[in-house]
Design a protein around this ligand. Sequence first.
Ligand code: SF4
Ligand code: SF4
Length: 536
Amino acid sequence: MSSNFIKVKDFGKKTDRLYTIDPKELVKLPYPYEDWEDPPVPEISDSRRQGKDISLDGILNVTIPIPETEEEKEKMVAKFLEGLRKLLTSENNWTFIRPLMLSLDNCVKCNTCSEACPIYEMSGGAEIYRPLFRSDVLRRIVNKYIKPGGRLTAKFTGADIDLNWETVARLGQLAYRCNLCRRCAQTCPMGVDNGLIAREIRKLFSQELGIAPSELHQDGTVKQLKTGSSTGISPVALMDLMEFAEEDITDRTGLNIKIPFDKTGADILLIHNAGEFLSWPENLEAFTIIFELAGLSWTLSSEMVGYDSVNYGLFYDDVQLAKVTLKHAEAAKKLGVKKVVVAECGHAHKAAMAIGDRIWLGESNIPRESSMVTLEDIILNGRVKVDPERNDFPITLHDPCNMIRSMGIVQPQRRVLKKIAPKFREMTPHGVDNYCCGGGSGFAIMQSNNFPNWRFLFPGRKKFAQILNAFTHEELDPSVNKYVCAPCSNCKGQMRDLLTYYDAWERTRMLYGGLVELIVNAMTDVREGFVEWEFH
Ligand code: SF4
Ligand code: SF4
């Protein structure tokens, strides 16, 4: 039996590997990549995998430790079941119990969701990556082991599954083979959200079993709450970086601008994803130039966590999510700003707004706004002068899932691009139907072991194919500069790695970047050439 056709009831099978990735089974790329051959996915060495389970598909991103004795394995299964019971009670899961129960109860197995999932599609139809597969494992466990009488009727109700240690360990891994992009949820006729189910499994593992990828937890939210930023940049180091940014603005544009910090009573507190400070300072510089030249009353914060919009809790843990978003609310309250503007970071939008709405309560309920809306107001009302001819190169737009599909912020960035970019064209499909960059749900920052190969081969490959198709054959020639606008820091991280993996700069001269860089590139009060055609 091919590992592609594994059945849900065999999920707990005692075998070294349930599914083996073979790049030859993957979907081919379009022009000019028809002859592209992927290198084999690196095997995890014995020394590296020691004590860690990789029996799902040989990929290692979340570390599930292998217990040394059968007794310890049983204990872990029991703890998992206890956590699952909690997940299904409103007092322990008031945030997501209703959509979770609806999603567990209402699936009619029509498989519409499978066609919507880029991971399943690009795998060439690997069963374990079917959106329904993961949900069905959990559903069967609930039906058989949690519902009264479930064990007796399991065989007749389709709830057949063995709840052993292998099942639990693989389910934990499978929750990290989903971008939480919710494309499947959008297409489901029953309103089932398979992305939410994956996220709730992650939550169970984090909150009840203490298992989460180190990039999201120890090096993510824990570090952010301790040092002030998920990058480890302290408030003191931040000030040094801002001095550098001010000098860089002068070098690039000839403008002398002081970046405002801790200005009490400003209209706007702008919060960046701290990834910009280290990897893409031109993005925060561009925001600075636009906001200053538009005459806005605005500030950044140097309060702990107040300068880093990242909230990885959104992807795996409600407690961490709440702790981080409360810090953002505190920083805004302390400065007495009229509103918080979330810069170019999709998941920060969702954490601070859609989910934050349940946490920013009482005096902390300060209005929050997407920077896409703020920028639209600036451009459409002529608050800065632009010459679109300065952006005379092919541009396409990537839609970050959290900002677009989850929040419906679709048109403002398009209205801006139509004003500043004469060669802007859409991807197919786009807007709420667009595909994830492949770095969603924290994957963009997971750089260790062989996981990057997985995100390039499955969800990333779908995105890359979509990008290639947005340009004509002539435009894909490396003599033509072209730009993928990705107004989200995490998406940019994935774009950088994805374009590097597929050698796209050398082969097609394709650059990626944010929206604000394009705005500044078009601004006539700024020296020409803000967008630099260098890949980084
Ligand atoms: S589309 Fe919805 S109802 Fe159909 S199989 Fe997927 S989750 Fe179930
Ligand atoms: S949320 Fe996205 S990646 Fe996850 S199963 Fe659904 S479509 Fe696939």
